[in-house]
Ligand binder design. Structure first.
Ligand code: GLC
Ligand code: CA
Length: 527
């Protein structure tokens, strides 16, 4: 386990829209370098950069044409190597995005694989044996190649599935996961990883990590075996490199080699009930919504078994958002966002902040771009200041990669940095606390102190910190058990005094009773 992850607070950068350094309207690597001091000042000490490789951009870069080449629109490989260097000078680690399940249909492996003559790449992708033989239960394409067969897709039409084999084979064209061709796919993936790690990258966020072996068992044991093999390679050759999975099943991902796994927005799961449960009947039931229709138990019932089962294996990553999810600002106001970030930044595991969420950027209702569809509104250019195009780019406004929030009250870093009570300054303060207290590190202990069905507040312990949150717009109170005030490892059973170390709104502890004003958060230290 790379030690640096314990104190990591990630910042996700969508390279298209973070900072444009050469005024062509699209963000680039040099733009990211220019803003490293900003990231550092915010308190983030790790980056995840969405795919920045050569691509026809039919899925915003998740359709990789050349895994080892930076897309010219973002710069050169040398620019990216310099980014690694500059980030490291500031103690910032950098994860690239690894897309293991598919390539672009324009990848050289695929153009070779399509050929009628057998070659090294014939089995790199999944092909049937006959031009009208389809694939039951999976999307596939016929009629596009000289080769006599149809090929499987992993996501969009532009993304043919790489071949890691089938665990439960039912057709003669299916290869088993230990077939040499499938092993070769895995080794090719390792080769890509080594390439970037050798150039200074610190690891990878792994796209659709569970999608490798087809007709896998329900535990994903065959896909898991591949990741364990890759983890062994990392442990031996790059012990400080980290891999974070887009799997959203920590019991599977963390047992199979990942250091951290994202808790993604899946309808009705624990994460969803905290900030994005706005699709159920009867209004928004998110716990962080101030109207108080939420229920912390819906979160805990999902989260606690996952946390308990995996806390010794790796980390669950809470995210403010990502490039696939509507920004939380769509349904939450600044005050609600402050409390949401307070929760995510004080729970165990490794948190991720999506660029712009530190100022509460809006989700925009705009036309699709590069396969974004409804995701596009989450990917708009960062709003830095009140210069041209909010300081994102000096290009003509019409030629920006995506439009920006033109409303009067569009948030900017410049405005919020000046306002001590802004979401930006609150986020910064919370990140600073996370770095300051060992008890807030990824692996420090976590236990629930007070959580009742449809009640507020929610109170929990991290080590010797006692943390309480009341997102509702009514005041709330709780009588805490004596255990809440007993220091970790103290068997004498004596209750200690507490000191308030951080608060949003007003809170008070008198004896064992906690009272909280509407929409408040408090962190107390046991003395
Ligand atoms: C992941 C990415 C998403 C992409 C898809 C296909 O879900 O986060 O943006 O479209 O995989 O690669
Ligand atoms: Ca540019």
């Amino acid at each position: 386990m790379p030690n640096w992850l314990k104190d990591a607070v990630f910042y996700e950068i969508y390279p298209q829209t973070f900072k444009d350094s050469n005024n062509d309207g699209i963000g680039d690597i040099n733009g990211i370098i220019e803003k490293l001091d900003y990231v550092k000042d915010l308190g983030c000490n790790a980056l995840w950069i969405n795919p920045c490789y050569d691509s026809p951009f039919k899925d915003a870069g998740y359709d990789v044409r050349d895994y080892k080449k930076v897309a010219p629109r973002y710069g050169t490989n040398d620019d990216l190597y310099r980014l690694f260097d500059e980030a490291h000078k500031r103690d910032i680690h950098v994860l690239l995005d690894l897309v293991p399940g598919h390539t672009s249909e324009e990848h050289e492996w695929f153009t070779e694989s399509k050929k009628a003559e057998k070659n090294e790449y014939s089995d790199r992708y999944i092909w049937t044996n006959f031009w009208i033989q389809g694939i039951a239960g999976h999307p596939y394409i016929g009629g596009e190649a000289d080769r006599n067969g149809c090929y499987m897709l992993n996501f969009f039409k532009c993304q043919p599935a790489l071949n890691y084999g089938f665990l439960n084979k039912t057709e003669d064209w299916q290869l088993s996961p230990d077939h040499p061709a499938c092993i070769a796919t895995r080794e090719a993936l390792k080769d890509i990883m080594r390439f970037w790690l050798d150039h200074g990258c610190d690891g990878f966020r792994v796209d659709m990590a569970d999608s490798l072996v087809k007709e896998d068992d329900e535990n994903k044991s065959a896909t898991g075996k591949i990741w364990r093999n890759i983890r062994e390679m990392l442990d031996t050759e790059y012990p400080e490199a980290a891999i974070v999975s887009e799997w959203s099943n920590p019991k599977q991902a963390l047992k199979n080699g990942f250091h951290a796994d994202f808790y993604l927005d899946h309808h009705g799961n624990g994460y969803n009930t905290l900030i994005r449960d706005n699709e159920t009947a009867g209004g928004d039931h998110s716990f962080l919504k101030k109207d108080g229709n939420g229920d912390i138990m819906r979160f805990l019932i999902d989260y606690l078994p996952k946390y308990d089962a995996t806390k010794n294996d790796g980390y669950i990553s809470f995210i403010t958002c990502n490039h696939d999810t509507p920004r939380a600002r769509l349904t939450l106001g600044y005050d609600e966002l402050k409390l949401a970030w307070a929760l995510f930044l004080t729970l165990p595991g490794v948190p991720f902040i999506y660029y712009g969420d530190e100022i509460g950027m809006r989700y925009l209702d705009i036309p699709t771009k590069e396969g974004g569809y409804t995701r596009t509104g989450t990917r708009t250019p960062m709003q830095w200041d009140h210069s041209n195009n909010y300081g994102f780019s000096n290009a003509e406004t019409e030629s920006l990669y995506l439009p920006q929030d033109l409303s009067e009250d569009a948030p900017t870093v410049e405005d919020q940095a000046k306002d001590p009570s802004s979401l930006y300054n609150e986020t910064k303060a919370l990140i600073a606390l996370r770095h300051k207290y060992d008890d807030l590190k990824a692996d420090s202990s976590f236990s629930v102190i007070y959580a009742e069905k449809e009640q507020f507040p929610f109170v929990y312990r991290r080590g010797n910190l006692l943390i309480a949150i009341n997102p509702s717009d009514k005041k709330s109170a709780a009588a805490l058990t004596p255990e809440a005030f007993i220091k970790e490892g103290d068997n004498s059973g004596s209750q200690c005094k507490v000191a308030l170390v951080h608060a949003i709104g007003e809170c008070n502890i008198d004896g064992n009773s906690l009272t909280m004003k509407p929409q408040s958060f408090a962190m107390f230290e046991l003395l």
